[in-house]
Design a protein around this ligand. Structure first.
Ligand code: NAD
Length: 350
């Protein structure tokens, strides 16, 4: 049995992970620590009896120590500021939360498990992003775990710094750690400021959406369920002190992803005429193509051109393979947003 602290467990990937873990490990205790920023929702965890949500900040080291002292032996650390555009406009909060916040957790873990602890087995698992490796040229090989870090945005720089801190706590203090470095995720519960839900919701509400530059920036997409399974493998079988890359073998230019979403929405409206009544502002409700809403805007400063992830290490050591093909996962994601309008539609007056 594992006694888990999941930070950021009310955000996109955290929610999916808590639900995934609760389903497969019904006897484990799960404590979620989340400050419920714009990206976190307490209601995401409704109906999960084995989960306790603590509203609090990862930078509050005393609170984290109190939580760890209740018997927690495993931290899975998702909590972060995560939106690259926001990090360009307001980098300070990214350094505060992603760097200081991670350090606060590491300090609490060291104090509880090593300094005051009884040496029992523990694990501090850190969730990171392929953006720490920087940008690839068209013919460069995919990122491996030994690719030198070259972050290009305040977000990715803050994530790179947090990865280094996790490594340092393993090497210096003997903290039992692991890190998964993952490509772009998609699936249910993702806040509407990220590419896939933004484009999808704008299709449903008839609003144009901006495409940076020429739209040919390439991202590798991993369904969030596959990410959760990769984390589970690394947590239960991964070697302490190691980093494992996770990716979906689904590298696509942003424009191709957007076209798949637009076509998927148009198809859903053709298949279910009741959608036109529920989403009357959608172009698809009038039989027009959602792709008409595409608008090209000036490129983002420091915009990475291409990411691709080599998942050979976690494949060979832990048997990880992505199971969800991108087109299938995208169709399921579109269906989830169509079925869960009240989750993403702002309440009247908010
Ligand atoms: P998200 O923005 O949807 O959720 C972040 C969560 O952290 C929210 O619930 C928020 O309330 C919480 N949080 C923020 N600051 C906090 C603080 N100071 N204390 C406590 N809680 C706080 O993010 P996400 O997309 O689910 O990403 C989760 C993790 O996965 C992040 O570390 C991110 O860097 C990493 N990651 C994300 C992706 C992706 O495609 N989304 C890919 C690779 C890695």
């Amino acid at each position: 049995m594992v006694d888990l602290l999941v930070t950021g467990g009310a955000g996109f990937i955290g929610t999916n992970f808590v639900r995934y873990w609760a389903d497969r490990h019904p006897h484990d205790r799960i404590t979620v620590l989340d400050s419920l920023t714009y990206a976190g929702k307490a209601a995401n965890l409704d109906g999960l009896d084995q989960v306790r949500l603590v509203r609090g900040d990862i930078r509050d080291t005393r609170l984290v120590c109190e939580l760890l002292a209740t018997g927690i032996d495993t931290v899975v650390h998702f909590a972060a500021e995560t939106h690259v555009d926001r990090s360009i406009g307001d980098p300070d909060i990214f350094l505060d939360v992603n760097v200081q916040g991670t350090h606060s957790l590491l300090k609490a873990a060291r104090q509880t498990w090593i300094d005051d602890g009884d040496g029992r087995p523990h694990r501090f698992h850190h969730i990171s992003t392929d953006e720490v490796y920087g940008s690839l040229g068209p013919d460069d090989p995919p990122f491996t775990e030994t690719t030198p870090y070259a972050p290009n945005s305040p977000y990715s720089a803050s994530k790179a710094a947090s990865n280094h801190l996790v490594r340092a706590y393993h090497r210096t203090y003997g903290l039992q750690t692991s890190v998964t470095v993952c490509s772009n995720n998609y699936g249910p519960f993702q806040f509407a400021d990220k590419l896939i839900p933004l484009c999808l919701i704008n299709c449903l509400t008839g609003k144009p959406f901006g495409i940076y530059g020429d739209g040919m920036n390439v991202r590798d997409w991993l369904h969030v369920d596959d990410h959760c399974r990769g984390i589970e493998l690394a947590l239960l079988g991964g070697r302490s002190g190691e980093t494992y890359n996770l990716g979906g073998d689904a590298a696509l230019p942003n424009l191709a992803v957007i076209d798949l979403i637009c076509n998927g929405v148009d198809r859903a409206f053709r298949a279910d005429p009741s959608l036109a009544g529920r989403f009357p502002q959608a172009f698809a409700a009038r039989g027009q193509r959602s792709a008409t809403l595409k608008t090209y805007v000036a490129d983002r400063p420091g915009h990475d051109r291409r990411y691709a992830v080599d998942t050979g290490k976690i494949g060979a050591e832990l048997g990880f393979r992505p199971r969800c093909a991108f087109e299938d996962g995208l169709e399921r994601t579109i269906a989830w947003y169509l079925e869960n309008e009240s989750w993403w539609r702002p309440a009247p007056g908010s």
